[in-house]
Design a protein around this ligand. Structure first.
Ligand code: ATP
Length: 326
C-alpha cells in the first residue's frame, strides 16, 4: 500500500477541497505522488471527487477511529483490552483469526477504518466503506469448549442491544440468530468464528459490521434492506465512542455468558426480538423455503417455529430467516 494514501485521506476527512499542490507541499512530495496515492485510494473503493482547479475532496466529512477516544469510551474495563486500529484490512475477522492462532491475548480488538473484503455467513460478503461503517473483531478466549458456545452469537446480540440503547438507538431489534435490525432493515451483522477443541479451551473471533453512513455506491451492493446510524441518530455518532461503548458492553455480557450461560440472557434477548409471534419464511441451504410462525428461542439459543408439521427447532446453520411483509 502507498504510504501516503491514508495520511492524505485523513487530511481530506473534513470533506473540504484540498488542492493537489497543497497536499504535495504538506507532505513534501510531488503532485504525481499525490495523484498515485489518490488512485490507490480509489482502487480500494474510496470515492473521491476531483475537480480541476480546486483539487480533491471526499463526498462527505468522515470521522476516523482514535485510539484514546475508544479507550475513554470503554471506561473502567479499558485495561482488559488490547486495541489495534488499522487503516485498511481486507477482513478484521481473517486477520484476528490468524493472530488468535499464534497466541494473541484474550480481549484483543482489531478495528479497520476501511475493510475491503468483509465476510458474512456461508461465503456471503459484508459491504463497507471508508466512513461508511464500523468494522471490528474481538477475540474472546473461553475455558469451555466450542460445544458450550451455542448461544454465543445471541449473547453478542444482547451486548449490541445494550450498547445501541445506551447511545439512544432505542428502535434497534434482534433478528435470529445474529443481525441487528431497525424497522426491519439491517443495521449491523455479527460473524463468529471459533478455534479450539469441542471440549475446550476455545477461542471465538467475534466480527461486527455496523453501518454508520452508507453511501449509494456501497448500498447498491446490498441485496436486502439496510439502514445506517446517520439516518437513525438525532446527532452524529462518533465511531470511537461507538466502538468503546460496544466493547464495554461486550466485555460485560461475555462474562455473564461464560459464568451463567445464554439461558440467563434469554429473556432480555426475547424482549428485543423483531419477529416474535410473526410469520416468517425460512430459507434452507438447498434453496427450498418453509413458512412458519416464530414461537421464540429455546434456552440453548435454537429458534422455535410453529410450522405445518408442528413446533420445530432450527439451529443457526440450518436456515436463514426472512420476514413475510404484507
Ligand atoms: P442470515 O439470516 O442467515 O444471517 P443474512 O443474509 O443476513 O442471513 P449474513 O451472513 O448474516 O446473512 O450477512 C451477509 C448479508 O448481509 C449479505 O448477503 C447482504 O445481504 C447483507 N449485507 C451485506 N453488507 C451489508 C451492510 N453493510 N448492511 C446491511 N446488510 C448487509
Amino acid at each position: 500500500m502507498n504510504n501516503l494514501t491514508f495520511p492524505i485521506l485523513r487530511l481530506l476527512a473534513d470533506g473540504r477541497f484540498q488542492s493537489g499542490e497543497d497536499i504535495a507541499r504538506h507532505f513534501g512530495v510531488t503532485r504525481a505522488t499525490v495523484w498515485n496515492a489518490i488512485q490507490e485510494a480509489e482502487a480500494l473503493g474510496v470515492e473521491i471527487f476531483s475537480v480541476r482547479g480546486r483539487g480533491y475532496r471526499l463526498p462527505q466529512p468522515i470521522k476516523l477511529l482514535e485510539y484514546e477516544s475508544v479507550l475513554h469510551a470503554i471506561g473502567d474495563q479499558r485495561a482488559w483490552f488490547t486495541l489495534e486500529l488499522h487503516d485498511h484490512l481486507e477482513s478484521t475477522n481473517s486477520y484476528l483469526m490468524k493472530k488468535a492462532a499464534t497466541g494473541a491475548p484474550h480481549a484483543t480488538c482489531v478495528a479497520a477504518s476501511l475493510q475491503t473484503k468483509g465476510r458474512g455467513r456461508r461465503g456471503r460478503s459484508w459491504q463497507s466503506g471508508l466512513g461508511a461503517s464500523l468494522t471490528f473483531s474481538l477475540l474472546w478466549r473461553f475455558q469451555s469448549g466450542a460445544s458450550a458456545l451455542s448461544g454465543l452469537s445471541l449473547a453478542v446480540g444482547v451486548a449490541l442491544m445494550r450498547a445501541l440503547h445506551d447511545i439512544g438507538i432505542k428502535q434497534a431489534q434482534l433478528k435470529w440468530p445474529n443481525d441487528i435490525l431497525c424497522d426491519y432493515r439491517k443495521l449491523a451483522g455479527i460473524l463468529i468464528e471459533l478455534q479450539g477443541d469441542m471440549e475446550g479451551p476455545s477461542a471465538a473471533v467475534i466480527g461486527i459490521g455496523l453501518n454508520l453512513h452508507l453511501p449509494e455506491h456501497v448500498q447498491k451492493h446490498i441485496e436486502q434492506a439496510a439502514v445506517d446510524m446517520h439516518s437513525l441518530a438525532r446527532q452524529p455518532i462518533d465511531p470511537s465512542t461507538l466502538l468503546g461503548t460496544l466493547l464495554k458492553h461486550l466485555a460485560l455480557v461475555l462474562n455473564e455468558f461464560e459464568t451463567q450461560g445464554f439461558e440467563h440472557l434469554r429473556e432480555e434477548w426475547m424482549r428485543h426480538h423483531a419477529y416474535q409471534q410473526q410469520q416468517v419464511r425460512m430459507l434452507l441451504p438447498d434453496g427450498r423455503e418453509m413458512l412458519g410462525v416464530v414461537n421464540g428461542i429455546a434456552p440453548d439459543g435454537v429458534l422455535l417455529v410453529e410450522t405445518a408439521n408442528g413446533l420445530q427447532r432450527f439451529s443457526a446453520g440450518e436456515i436463514s430467516l426472512r420476514g413475510v411483509h404484507p
